[in-house]
Design a binder for this molecule. Structure first.
Ligand code: CMC
Length: 427
């Protein structure tokens, strides 16, 4: 049969089914491989392994395509809203007007956090990295919302999902307020999801806060661009944590911890720091040479991607949004010129061409976020805020899958074989 793959191990020939998705490469179903052959597959970094079945997000890395439930990211970023995309990811279809209104109202009713949660912040140093605070505070939610931690109950799962999406802006804004020594601002449910977040972040009790529509729209677009990205490291972390039956708040805290790393969500902070270090276009060539030098650990941050071997479609929208924000705020950051020039030089350099290294979502995001007024250490927090909907949708999809099992990879063991214990006096 054409849709079978034969494996000859030396101990016999075995056949494995080839499964096809709705689009994208076929996969070889090797679930019976170990039972039949006594062998594992070896794939560190999961470069050739599909860890699950999913109907949420599709990426064609060679073509630079990203679809959420079939809809291209460019269309969603230009025509939709973060609330609508959240509904789409959670429910599979775009909402009609009343479904969207209901969903938005439900989310807005969960924006406050338990007052006792504010004590957690006071336990952190003022100079704590806000991602450290996020890991702690989001994990602590499971100690506050016991009525939504029974993962076998779909109603509790839905409430926990809404709580996480709704409370993340409040928690993120509080992390910022704590770092600058300003009072926490309560949510204002008259405002949009994104407008409310901006007010909680930049508003102060002493003055009226006016949401600038162009900034609100740019921020909403940035949230859409970060909403989900199929089985990346943090999403896989959330799924793996959730596969043991852990509660959703704990699972999302695990995702936040994974996202923090500079190879993943931490790259937006690292990319802006890199652009600041480069400074002016005349220094670019020096950094390009460093990035190409195998003996130098320096990499162009915001460049390259495990899946995209073409322009990251999110980076295209991000680059356009820089101009929108500059126009709205009447600012101009010279680092944008440096970034554009760096991109041009890198994309014409044989090293980057051969390795198919293109700007990713993080290359331009820092320039926008910094123009809006966020300090660099908040960048990854914003990524976590937006990605929460993707994590939650992926977690729900996994829990609802009747074939779901605890995630338990195997290994190629290279340590010592069995040996006898030697007493300390004989070592
Ligand atoms: N600058 C210079 N060389 C690079 C870069 C870079 N940014 N990225 C990859 N390479 C080289 C790498 O040295 C390797 O060369 P060789 O084949 O000669 O050993 C080759 O390209 C393949 O790289 P890799 O590290 O094997 O690829 P990967 O798929 O394991 O890593 C990555 C992907 C995103 C971790 C990597 O490209 C990287 O470190 N980029 C910088 C960090 C970054 O921008 N991360 C954000 C990713 S997008 C947002 C998100 O999803 O979180």
């Amino acid at each position: 049969m054409a849709n079978q793959v034969k494996v000859n191990t030396g101990n016999g020939e075995f056949e494995y089914p080839v499964l096809s998705g709705s689009v994208g490469p076929d996969v070889i179903d090797i679930r019976k491989l170990y039972g039949q052959t006594g062998m594992f597959t070896y794939d560190p970094g999961f470069t050739s392994t599909a860890s699950c079945e999913s109907a949420l997000t599709y990426i064609d890395g060679d073509e630079g395509v990203l679809l959420h439930r079939g809809y291209p990211i460019g269309q969603l970023a230009e025509q939709s809203s973060f609330m609508e995309v959240s509904y789409l990811l959670l429910n599979g279809e775009l909402p009609n007007k009343s479904e969207l209104d209901n969903f938005t109202r439900t989310i807005s009713r969960h924006t406050m956090v338990h007052e006792q949660l504010t004590s957690f912040y006071k336990g952190f140093r003022r100079d704590a990295h806000p991602m450290a605070i996020m890991c702690g505070v989001v994990g602590a939610l499971s100690a506050f919302y016991h009525d939504s931690t029974d993962i076998s109950d779909p109603v509790q799962r839905r409430i926990a999902s809404h709580r996480l999406i709704a409370k993340m802006p409040t928690i993120a804004a509080m992390a910022y307020k704590y770092s600058v020594g300003q009072p926490f601002i309560y949510p204002d449910n008259k405002l949009s999801y994104t407008g409310n977040f901006l007010k909680m972040t930049f508003g102060v009790p002493a003055e009226e806060y006016e949401v600038i529509p162009a900034v609100e729209s740019a921020m909403d677009k940035i949230f859409i661009l970060h909403a989900d990205h199929e089985q990346n490291a943090s999403t896989s972390t959330v799924r793996l944590a959730g596969s043991s039956g852990a509660n959703p708040f704990a699972c999302i805290a695990a995702g936040i911890a994974c996202l923090w790393g500079p190879a993943h969500g931490g790259a937006n902070e690292a990319a802006l720091n890199m652009l600041k270090e480069i400074g002016t276009p005349d220094k670019i060539q020096h950094y390009i040479e460093r990035a190409k030098d195998k003996n130098d650990p320096f990499r162009l941050m915001g460049f390259g991607h495990r899946v995209y071997k073409n322009y990251d479609p999110r980076a295209t929208v991000m680059q356009q949004t820089v101009r929108e924000v500059f126009d709205a705020l009447k600012v101009n950051d010279p680092l944008f010129e440096t970034a554009l020039r760096l991109e041009e030089i890198a994309l014409n350099d044989p090293y980057f061409i051969e390795k198919k290294l293109f700007p990713n979502v993080d290359f331009y995001s820092g320039i926008i976020l910094s123009a809006i007024g966020f300090p660099t250490d908040m960048f990854t927090v914003l990524f976590a805020l937006a990605r929460t909907v993707g994590w939650v949708a992926q977690w729900n999809e996994m829990i609802s899958d009747p074939g779901q099992k605890i995630g338990r990879p195997r290994q190629l063991y290279t340590g010592p074989t069995q040996r006898d214990y030697v007493g300390i006096d004989k070592r």
